[in-house]
Each structure stands twice: as structure tokens, then as C-alpha cells.
Write a protein that binds this ligand. Structure first.
Ligand code: BMX
Ligand code: ZN
Length: 287
């Protein structure tokens, strides 16, 4: 079986050709600001190009809440689609292939669950990228909830007073820990502005850079302990451009170790590396 895998993030879209579960080819484009669902679908299929005629189906993982009506942003600051955005329907109509769509972190959670070294029942996947997303496995099954919202753990609030999140709440983990939040904090500190990649490179020798990254890692550590308290998870898998950046996982695990033993939970790196969500997109056809 060949699957065209598409991972739509707030910043970039990754496309992959997946054969029998293996990613054999990969492309990437910046997420376009297109309001028309047909134009958006055309852009994706054009990018897939010659792969399309060789594929049996299309698996999509996307940022945002996925319902039968389409994709809606929980945090519209990270995605400008008009909601609901019926992308699965548009792709199906144009490609004439079966299309399956899941939230990006939910898709990655299910894929990562099957890749764990030891068998467990309860796990979460957290991506720290443009936003902070999550997927939850309970009793060996992906938990999506009645409306598909389950796993939107970036919007669990960990502060009473600040900062305001694009979702309308105050103190969300996403508003403190995401790549977007890190970039905002960094822009206030460094002039001329530096990228998040440069910020991580600087962290060894610059206390401001280290403090910004630590603030993010600490918020993720608190989130992990909250999830442990709520769901008694066996393990948490971390992914995303920030989550997998050098030294980030170590900082999260160090912060978790300072908290009471009952709330500690092991956090490990995603086996799918930066492509966990892309592999999760294809994996929908291997359940
Ligand atoms: C946001 C939310 C989640 C998503 C997460 C990570 C939107 C548009 N997205 O919390 O659905 O899983 O970001 O998304 O509201 P990414 O773009 O960082 O991969
Ligand atoms: Zn929020």
C-alpha cells in the first residue's frame, strides 16, 4: 500500500510518500495563506505531483480541531483558515482517493504508541512547535472525545494572570511554551531579532537565551505532571521542532525531577523524530 501523507502545521506543510509504513520520499512547503479550500487542496496535490498516481489513499494530519465539517482553529493566531475548512472533502473530490484526516498530535500519538519500547496502556504525545499540541492514549486506544477536542493540552492553563492565549483563555501552556511564545519572548530580548534556532545555539553562553528556553521547558514539565495527576500516564513522548531541539528534553526531565515523586513521569523523544505527525498521517490506514 502507498499513502500520500500530508502534515499541515501552522508554519510548514510536510508531504511524504509512505510505502508499507516506510517514508520513502519527502517534500516541504511553507503553509500558504489561502482562504479558499479548493485552492488549498490544489496546492497540496500539485506539490505531491507524480506521487499521486502511485498512491492508494491520502492520510492527513493537521493542526486544529478536526470534525466531519472540516478543520477549525482552537488558536486562530496559529492558523488562518476560515472555519470549518472542509479540506478532506476537497482532496477526496479532486484526487478520487480515500482521504482520512486527524489532528496532527492525535495522529502522531497513535503512531508513537505503536513504536514504544515497552508495552503500556496510557500515554500522551506532546508536540512543542508553532503551538503546543497533544494526543492521548487511554487503555491502549486513542482518546478523541465526543467533539475531537481531547488532547488539546496546549490550552490547559497553568497561570492565573498571564499571558493571554489566542484561544481566548489566560495562561495556556501554548502561550508560554510554544515556538511562537519563545520567539515573542526572544524578540523582546534581542535586537536585531534572532531565530529560535539561533536562540538554542546561544543558550550555552547567554543567560537570557537560557532563561527563555527554560521558561518553556518548565511549562511543559508542569503540563506533564498535571497529565500524570489526571491520567496516571506511564510515559509521555515529546516531539516537534522545539520539543526535539538539542537539550530541550533534558531540561523538561530535569524540571520534572524537582517535583514530588507521585507526579513524575518519564518523558522520551519521538521515534518518528521531526516526522512523527507525518508518519501518523499515513498510519491512519494501518490501524
Ligand atoms: C494548537 C492547535 C492544535 C494543534 C497544536 C499544534 C490550532 C490551529 N491548532 O494548539 O490543534 O495540534 O496547535 O500545532 O488551533 P502545530 O501547528 O504547532 O503543529
Ligand atoms: Zn489557549
Amino acid at each position: 500500500m502507498r499513502t500520500l501523507a500530508i502534515d499541515i502545521g501552522g508554519t510548514k506543510i510536510a508531504l511524504g510518500l509512505v510505502e508499507q509504513g516506510t517514508l520513502v520520499d519527502r517534500r516541504q512547503i511553507a503553509t500558504p495563506t489561502v482562504n479558499d479550500v479548493n485552492l488549498f487542496a490544489d496546492t497540496l496535490l500539485e506539490c505531491a505531483g507524480e506521487w499521486l498516481s502511485r498512491c492508494d489513499n491520502i492520510g492527513v494530519s493537521t493542526t486544529g480541531l478536526v470534525t466531519e465539517q472540516g478543520i477549525s482553529a482552537i488558536n486562530p493566531d496559529t492558523l488562518a483558515f476560515p472555519a470549518p475548512f472542509p479540506l478532506a472533502q476537497a482532496l477526496e473530490k479532486k484526487s478520487l482517493l480515500p482521504v482520512s484526516m486527524l489532528n496532527d498530535a492525535q495522529a502522531a500519538a497513535w503512531f508513537e504508541y505503536t513504536q514504544l519500547d515497552s508495552q503500556v496502556e496510557n500515554m500522551a504525545f506532546i508536540t512543542v512547535s508553532t503551538g503546543v499540541g497533544g494526543g492521548i492514549i487511554i487503555n491502549g486506544r486513542l482518546h478523541q472525545g465526543q467533539s475531537g477536542l481531547a488532547g488539546h493540552i496546549g490550552h490547559m492553563s497553568v497561570s492565573l494572570s498571564e499571558p493571554k492565549c489566542g484561544c481566548g483563555q489566560i495562561g495556556c501552556v501554548e502561550a508560554i511554551a510554544s515556538g511562537t511564545a519563545i520567539q515573542k519572548a526572544s524578540n523582546q530580548c534581542f535586537s536585531p531579532p534572532i531565530s529560535n534556532i539561533e536562540l538554542f545555539e546561544k543558550a550555552d553562553s547567554d543567560t537570557d537565551a537560557e532563561a527563555i528556553i527554560c521558561q518553556s521547558a518548565q511549562a511543559i514539565a508542569i503540563l506533564c505532571c498535571n497529565l500524570k495527576a489526571c491520567l496516571d500516564l506511564d510515559v509521555i513522548v515529546l516531539g516537534g521542532g522545539i520539543g526535539l531541539a538539542t537539550g530541550y528534553l533534558t531540561r523538561v526531565n530535569q524540571a520534572i525531577k524537582t517535583r514530588p515523586a507521585a507526579f513524575q513521569v518519564p518523558v522520551v523523544a519521538a521515534k518518528g523524530d521531526y516526522d512523527a505527525c507525518l508518519l501518523g498521517a499515513a498510519f491512519q490506514f494501518r490501524e
